[in-house]
Design a binder for this molecule. Structure first.
Ligand code: GDP
Length: 330
């Protein structure tokens, strides 16, 4: 049997299955729940207050009691560049424990299929762009998010180890930078899209003269609407069964200052763009190659500008009835 076999033929049928979305309160988890409602499966969720996923005993009790057939492991401690730099211990410790507990227990209780979610942060700082899956562990990591990436790399390896030793059908997907409903709009801990939407909105409301972005504005980032991401993840759950992790991206990236200008246009803020170069840039570029996903038959469908317009209107309201109708907000 070849090492890397594509497995479009081996469809995992979600109909009638009990599917646990671990992390259903987060941006990706909540989008997965919305998407799975079209799949005729039973969706299982549990709040953080009821089950702390960093506690092995609680994870075991919950999984033994509910016996899920399939698991989307979208629970994680996540945050933007500033949060990663400020709380390195939390980012590495919480993520290692969550994935170790859930993956190990999934094996023990006989979960048929598990999809582990990582991120494009797993790749080396100087990875060749667009980044193909084989770039993993080919060089040193970007220091600002190394804690998170090391934990996510360990998650991929856990899935591979359980596949190799116990024949578990555990797969890993690496989404690019996600934005959409349920995002974190806190200016200190959030990622760039919600932060800039919030900042531009505040600037417009207060008739400010300028909007400040962090860093030089020259880094490039790839963005994907979370509904596209959730659709890709369900597709992979059904159609992919290999040890190699797989990138989930839109295939297009944009400079951060161009993103800021686009957001200013969408929000309707006409002030000046200023740069706080005391803040870090992070990776210069991290565009992933999504060729492997495309070869399986899935492509992103939501363009960045349309997606941002929709998110802005949903979050901050949109008075224009014609635009609301076009965005299907009513
Ligand atoms: P990253 O992709 O892990 O670096 O995470 P972020 O989404 O936090 O940041 C992406 C890029 O946007 C980095 O180069 C940041 O310096 C830049 N950036 C510019 N303005 C902001 C802002 O207001 N908030 C955040 N989080 N990033 C910003």
């Amino acid at each position: 049997m070849p090492e890397e076999r594509t497995s479009l033929g081996t469809v995992y049928d979600l109909r009638g299955k009990r599917v646990w979305v671990a992390g259903h309160g987060g941006i990706v988890g909540s989008a997965l729940v919305r998407r799975l409602k079209h799949e005729k499966c039973t969706i299982l969720t549990i709040t953080r207050q009821e089950v702390d996923l960093t506690r092995q005993d609680q994870v075991e009790a919950w999984m033994r009691e509910t016996a899920p057939d399939a698991v989307f492991l979208s629970a994680a401690k996540v945050g933007g560049i500033f949060a990663n730099e400020s709380y390195p211990a939390d980012f590495i410790y919480d993520n290692l424990l969550i994935e170790a507990n859930v993956i190990r227990t999934a094996f023990e209780v006989g979960v048929e299929k598990l999809l582990f979610l990582g991120s494009s942060c797993i790749y080396p700082k100087l990875a060749t762009q667009p980044i193909v899956e084989e770039e993993l562990l080919s060089g040193p990591l970007e220091p600002t998010n190394q804690w998170y990436s090391i934990a996510k790399i360990a998650g991929i390896k856990l899935c591979q180890a359980y596949r190799s030793q116990h024949d578990c059908d555990f797969i890993s997907a690496m989404p690019t930078n996600i934005y959409g409903p349920g995002d974190n709009y806190d200016l200190n801990s959030g990622h760039v899209v919600p932060s800039l939407l919030q900042k531009a909105h505040n600037a417009k409301m207060s008739s400010a003269a300028s909007l400040e972005i962090w860093g030089t504005g020259s880094p490039m980032r790839e963005f994907m609407h979370v509904d596209d991401c959730a659709d890709a993840l369900v597709f992979l759950m059904k159609h992919y069964s290999d040890k190699g992790h797989i990138n989930v991206g839109s295939g297009k990236d944009i400079r951060i200052d161009d993103l800021a200008l686009l957001i200013m246009k969408i929000v309707g803020f006409q002030g000046e763009l200023v740069r706080d170069t005391a803040k870090p840039d992070g990776m210069a570029r991290k565009l992933m190659s999504s060729d492997r996903l495309a070869a399986l038959g899935w492509r992103a469908g939501i363009e960045l500008e349309a997606g941002l317009r929709q998110v802005y209107a949903e979050r901050f309201g949109n008075e224009n009835p014609r635009e609301r109708k076009a965005l299907r907000l009513d």
